[in-house]
Design a binder for this molecule. Structure first.
Ligand SMILES: [Zn+2]
Ligand SMILES: [Zn+2]
Length: 264
């Protein structure tokens, strides 16, 4: 159910069934052997499976999926053997959900990120409205593409992606991964870009994991004209009152210092 803020008109998802979601369950439903604890497999790779997608048991939208990225309960992203397979699964599920208004792909890992299960996974949620942040950023492409120009504090570059610390970071040690090719969303990603992105995310996660065990990855996808990107940040602090009251973030690490640390 969608409720609307009486002043801004911004949507709020009301999902009381989420309240019954177990936090840090004793038996991990994402571990091999426990597949019956989750809804049935929608897609998987390998035999036995290495990456597995299924509907979220406690959805907050009509379309809400989980992608488990490794069989190993304690594995970090930097240590997985098939990062490209994981990215390919993100893309497959994203494309499969193309009939919704907005597809939101994200990853919560570790306590401060909002994750309730420790076993590494990503989520894909489809909404039937355009979320306010997506709408605001989409409007930024109306007169040319800022992301085709921004490239100041580079962390590293690959054939298909640039990784940098944005001047306007919302969180300390934030980094953005931007494809060199100006395309609006993951529908247009190529196999070569998928392979490159797997390695790029692995390098990004090495930097993040060295700073905090908790982090978020947000895949920001748009409609044409737009340029998709990933916002990745370690989570070291919770979101506080000023940010909640204003929507304005306070970054306590200079982006140049963040880029220098993330480069090492
Ligand atoms: Zn597990
Ligand atoms: Zn662009």
């Amino acid at each position: 159910v969608i409720a609307r803020h009486p002043l801004s008109g911004e949507p709020v998802i009301v999902a009381p069934e989420r309240a019954s979601r177990p936090h840090a369950p004793e038996v991990c439903p994402f571990c091999p052997g426990n597949e019956s604890m989750t809804p049935p497999t929608l897609a998987s790779t390998g035999e036995p499976w290495q990456v597995r997608a299924f509907a979220n048991k406690y959805p907050f939208t009509d379309r809400h999926e989980v992608i488990v990225e490794t069989r190993d309960h304690d594995r970090q992203f930097s240590a997985i053997e098939q990062p490209a397979e994981v990215v390919a699964m993100y893309v497959e599920r994203f494309r499969e959900m193309r009939d919704v208004t907005c597809r939101v792909l994200f990853k919560n890992h570790g306590g401060l990120s909002g994750a309730s299960i420790a076993h590494m996974h990503a989520q894909l949620a489809g909404t039937d409205f355009v979320p306010p942040r997506v709408a605001r950023e989409q409007a930024g492409f109306a007169s040319g593409c800022p992301l085709c120009k921004v490239n100041t504090l580079t962390i590293d570059e690959s054939e298909h992606f640039v990784r940098f610390a944005p001047a306007a970071s919302s969180f300390m040690y934030e980094q953005w991964i931007v494809p060199r090719r100006h395309v609006a969303n993951l529908d247009a990603i190529t196999d070569a870009e998928i392979a490159d992105l797997g390695e790029t995310l692995q390098r990004a996660s090495r930097g993040i994991e060295a700073i905090s065990p908790a982090y978020n990855w947000l895949f920001m996808n748009f409609r044409d004209p737009g340029h998709w990107y990933i916002q990745a940040m370690p989570r070291l602090v919770t979101v506080a009152g000023f940010e909640l009251a204003t929507g304005t973030w306070i970054d306590v690490i200079e982006p140049a210092a963040a880029a220098a640390r993330l480069r090492t």
